[in-house]
Structures are given as structure tokens and as C-alpha cells.
Design a protein around this ligand. Structure first.
Ligand code: 9D3
Length: 232
């Protein structure tokens, strides 16, 4: 069973999102256990302070190191990167991270336990990235208001890769991003909708012709929407 702990100042944000679809089924089947923890529960002062002003000046607030180190120590038993066992990951979600890929999601899926630390404010004290985390991860080049939506994305991508999570659906190994092309277009009934026709070849049962059409359609879609995937 994979264990996932989320450290956040908004634990209630995650109250219902894991109750749908593949993630819900994986939890019910005991393939994964996901818990969201309030960072403030690891503060020692009476005001439960998790942030402070940046040294050197500047706008906004920075997440303090002490509660983050305390959270990771209590969830993993260790508070230095070098002491984290190979089957655990401590992940900081931040705009400065390496970008999440299918390969990284697959590596997380092979762990027995990972902790996701959600940044907020203008950032997180850099000693967290320097001395505590195994992976600093971004989900892409756009600005979010915090790491929480990124945590959802990471968990979704990882959980569907757990053995048994997809049930009878498509195998996770034979799909888009594994072969470097986008999926081919798919159609279902009716064959004509408001004058919009399904490509004729798909209605023929000519499997060789359909396979050639799908390959070509996937290449065209990739060239149009993701030319970066074709330039190796
Ligand atoms: C890059 C912008 N930063 C300098 C002005 C400030 C800042 C904005 C937003 C610092 C942190 C955040 C909150 N974002 C995340 O915590 C985050 C994130 C993201 O914004 N984009 C993509 N992936 C991620 S993972 C965590």
C-alpha cells in the first residue's frame, strides 16, 4: 500500500477531491492511503505562525522552516535528505521545481511513502529545498496561488499508475506520452451529429486501414498541438 501525506495550511481543500473516479477506487481497494495534514499543527507558538518576512527585504511572506522540518520529521522519522530511505520521497511543490513528467510520476508510484509539501505566499525558506526535500517539483510554467492544486495533479498522475488501479480500463503502459505521440482522435455514435461526420474509415471495420489512419491522425494532432514532442 502506497502512503501519501500532504502538508498544507489548507487541509480542508482536499476534503472531497479524492472521493472520485480512479483515486476513489484505489483508496477503497487499499492501494493507497492519502492524508492531508495541517502545517499549523507543527507550530510551537501560541499564534501558530507558519510564515514570516523575507530576510533582505521584499514583498510578501515566506513559509518558515521549523514547522516544515517538524512535519517531515514526524511523518518520516527523519529530517535530513541524506537520511531519507530510497523507498520514500519528500517533495516540495514549487514554481522553481523540475517539471512533473510521466517518468517522475512513475518513480513516485514505485515508492512506499511520499510527502508532498505545499508552498504558499511568496515561497518557502530555501533551507527546506537545500536540506530536506528529495524532489522540488513544478507542474508547469504558469503561476498558481499555492502548491495545493499541484499536489492534486501529482497524486492523480501517480495513483492511476499503481498496479490494479485502472481495473479493466486501458493499460497505463500503452498510452499517450509513453510512445511520444498524442492520442489519436476518438469518435462514438452517432455517425453524423448536426452535420458533423465521423471519418468514414472508422466505420468500415478495415482494421489495417483504421490503424494507418489513427497513426497519421495522431501525428497530425501532435504536429499541430505539440511540435516539441516530434523534435527529438
Ligand atoms: C514565480 C512567482 N513567484 C515570484 C513572484 C511568486 C510565487 C507565486 C506563486 C511563489 C509561489 C507561488 C505558488 N505556486 C506554487 O506553490 C506552485 C506552483 C506554481 O505556481 N506553478 C506550477 N507548479 C507549482 S507547484 C507549486
Amino acid at each position: 500500500m502506497l502512503r501519501v501525506d500532504i502538508v498544507t495550511i489548507f487541509p480542508d481543500y482536499f476534503r472531497e477531491v479524492f472521493d472520485y473516479g480512479i483515486v476513489r477506487r484505489a483508496r477503497a481497494a487499499q492501494l493507497v492511503e492519502i492524508k492531508a495534514h495541517d502545517l499549523r499543527s507543527w507550530t510551537a507558538d501560541k499564534h501558530h505562525m507558519v510564515d514570516d518576512r523575507p530576510f533582505g527585504g521584499g514583498d510578501g511572506m515566506v513559509l518558515k522552516p521549523e514547522p516544515v522540518f517538524a512535519a517531515v520529521r514526524s511523518l518520516t522519522g527523519v529530517d535530513r535528505r541524506e537520511e531519507i530511505p530510497a523507498d520514500k520521497r519528500v517533495v516540495l511543490l514549487s514554481p522553481q521545481g523540475k517539471q512533473l513528467t510521466q517518468e517522475l510520476a512513475a518513480a513516485f508510484a514505485e515508492c512506499e511513502h511520499f510527502v508532498l509539501i505545499c508552498g504558499r505566499y511568496e515561497g518557502v525558506d530555501e533551507r527546506v529545498a537545500e536540506a530536506l526535500v528529495t524532489d522540488e517539483v513544478s507542474i508547469g510554467d504558469y503561476v498558481l496561488s499555492g502548491g495545493e492544486p499541484a499536489a492534486l495533479v501529482v497524486i492523480d498522475a501517480v495513483v492511476r499508475l499503481l498496479p490494479g488501479a485502472l481495473g479493466s480500463e486501458t493499460s497505463a503502459t500503452t498510452e499517450s506520452f509513453s510512445d511520444g505521440l498524442l492520442d489519436c482522435p476518438q469518435y462514438t455514435r452517432p455517425p453524423e451529429f448536426e452535420g458533423l461526420r465521423v471519418p468514414e474509415i472508422l466505420l468500415t471495420g478495415n482494421q489495417a486501414g483504421i490503424a494507418r489512419w489513427r497513426r497519421r491522425a495522431a501525428e497530425e494532432k501532435t504536429k499541430r498541438n505539440r511540435p516539441d514532442l516530434l523534435k527529438n
